[in-house]
Design a protein around this ligand. Structure first.
Ligand code: LMR
Length: 332
């Protein structure tokens, strides 16, 4: 009893001492940093969030958006969030390794049939629970934002899995993605997103995996003569803040922000696929890269090579989480 009273008092003191964000009369400032361009699903989402906050919470909350790694890059953004230097981020689901292994389920190659399946999973209870999976570190997941499925790109044509052997591929910081490229005899290299174009151009790496929107907005197609339409994995985001910051805001403000988050999330997730299709068309029109379409047999060959990764990471991710993800596919 005594112990729980002490815990309650300490918790109350903690919240009271949280930076209630702003000096008297000043708006609460939300610095929202991300690593991609404005004209991408995440970039547009951040700007829409800023605009709606300006319309509905003028004088109370002010959102500053920092795109393209201008404030923090992907290597240090989570620490910046925890240190209170930024208040909102939307890192890709591959970038939370350090805080939870469960989100790596999204990195498992060929797990989801298509984007609709990913969306179904994000709406399910398992995914809703995963929004709270980093609570011990003080990270508070607000929503899933879609980008899209990843395509393989390289300096040579990737038709069969053997074609990737020996090539260095840029990856996000995820053990599952590392294993995925090891499985086809390629060399995975962890690099910050801001380094990708330069590294492809200089030949430090010869390949990458990205949704169409990231390929075009970073001009990667200009240095990747071959793109295989593999749709082998997903690159979506979690919109995050810290529980300390979020709960420090007055209830009415927080509730309005949550309404706005919901509205923006619905828009981003409705429009992400169309933006990616637009960017796919842009690549075709630019003529920079040859688009390779896999036959069902070729795709199956990639799938078979990469699928052992599921088993290898089952203990980390949780068999229950993987099973829950598999049920959203139409095929069994
Ligand atoms: C990447 O590093 O490739 C992505 O996470 C970038 C992004 O935010 O889409």
């Amino acid at each position: 009893m005594y112990k729980s009273c002490v815990a309650a008092v300490l918790a109350a003191l903690y919240w009271l001492s949280a930076p209630a964000s702003a000096a008297e009369g000043e708006p609460i400032v939300i610095k929202f940093a991300h690593v991609v361009a404005d004209d991408t699903p995440k970039g547009k989402g951040a700007l829409m969030f800023q605009k709606l906050v300006e319309e509905r919470l003028a004088g109370k909350v002010k959102v500053e958006v920092y795109p393209n790694s201008t404030l923090v890059g992907d290597a240090d953004e989570m620490q910046a969030l925890l240190d209170g230097k930024v208040q909102m981020l939307a890192p890709s689901l591959s970038k939370f390794d350090k805080y939870t292994k469960k989100l790596q389920v999204f990195d498992l190659p060929f797990l989801f049939d298509d984007e609709a399946a990913v969306q179904r999973f994000q709406n399910r209870e398992t995914s809703r629970d995963l929004l709270r999976s980093m609570a011990d570190s003080g990270i508070y997941g607000l929503a899933y934002w879609n980008n899209g499925l990843k395509q393989l790109s390289a300096t040579r044509a990737l038709v069969n899995p053997e074609d990737a052997a020996g090539l260095a591929f840029r990856i996000q910081p995820s053990a599952v993605l590392e294993a995925q490229f090891n499985a086809v005899g390629a060399k995975p290299v962890r690099l910050a997103f801001s380094e990708v174009y330069k590294s492809l151009q200089s030949g430090v790496v010869q390949g990458a995996e990205n949704p169409w929107s990231n390929i075009v907005s970073q001009k990667m197609n200009t240095v990747q003569p071959f793109i295989t339409e593999s749709n082998h994995g997903v690159l979506n985001y979690m919109l995050v803040t810290t529980s300390k910051f979020w709960m420090s805001m007055p209830f009415a403000v927080r509730s309005e922000l949550e309404n706005i988050v919901l509205e923006v999330t619905q828009t981003v997730n409705k429009e992400a696929a169309a933006l990616n299709q637009r960017d796919r068309e842009r690549i075709l029109a630019s003529g920079t890269s040859k688009l390779i379409t896999l036959t069902p047999e070729q795709r199956q060959a990639w799938r078979e090579k990469m699928m052992p990764v599921w088993k290898a990471y089952e203990a980390d991710i949780g068999a229950d989480v993987i099973r829950a993800a598999m049920t959203v596919n139409r095929r069994r």
